[in-house]
Design a protein. Sequence first.
Length: 369
Amino acid sequence: MKMAIFTHVPHYRSDEGWWGYGPYVREMNSWAKFTDQFLIVAPVKQAKDRIDLQYEGVDIKVAKIPAFSLVNLKQAIRACWLIPGIVIRIYRAMKEAEHLHLRCPGNIGLLAALVQICFPSKPKTAKYAGNWDPLAKQPRSYRIQKWLLSNTYLTKNMQVLVYGDWPDQTVNVKPFFTASYRDADKQILAQRAYNQPWRFVFAGTLSAGKQPLYVIKLLSSLGKKLEWKLDYFGNGEQYDDLSKYISTKDLSERVVLHGNVPQDRLKEELKAAHFLVLPSLSEGWPKVLAEAMWWGCIPVALPVSCVPWMLDQGNRGLIITGDVNSDGAELTKLISDPVGLKTMSEAGSVWSRQYTMDLFEAEIQKLLK
């Protein structure tokens, strides 16, 4: 089967093959097990990033398109010039393929969501990796994509894979999940000592939306009597700002910026840490939370998207508000209860270990039948 994929993820070609953003490619390699060829409509870049992974186990053809944005007038004018050509590429790929797979939200996903209307009989899937919460405040382009994908009059033969089980959805919408580990990875949890120094981890893009600086401020509010250590894993636009803040506040012995690290390294850190803090303002399925819970690392997160469901309304992790004082008080209360911490850690692990790559691939196979 030939599957056409429409994504804004930039791709890179080496002598060995095609590469793309690691978490995305890792997932698409699972889809590849049930297809013969990927016809990918995406931008192409000139250099490979450290986090990139290579596609495996499938023949790949890439239809190169330019990336575009609509963030300002100049970019919008450029986009108007580029979009007709991109739409033609998308249409040709859809006509050629047997299954259409849209990666949303994103500008390319939006165009593909419009063009797919011309192919009502072709089987389609759309992975909506953002927040599907109907009440969430989101950009207009995101709301348009959600409306198009769920509209049963315009969008036929479609399964939209979303994170969370939301009320009043159309038959197009299917609650789904993602996974990082296999059944074979279910090791016995490490026996943590729930005492000082408390080990905290932040893992993800160092961007304004992820609020990495909030983590330092939260831990600093715990007072000088508590010993703690914070490790950041990830890179992004706020790396330099964080580095300056750590230096200014003389926190270099407590806070370390590691940058992007291999998945195996992060796994070992999650096995040892007490908490993973993710004060992100927007998420789809925050995979790193599920990964932390798998290893018994307790998540601390804002109640966005399906996070309250993942954390069982606070029974499998700490749901914070974004207010440093109140969040600090709740965290102080939590770490004063070692028995409660152990119970929470174990509950999170039991829940997370339901969602394996084995189950994920079995569900993908059902989607493609």
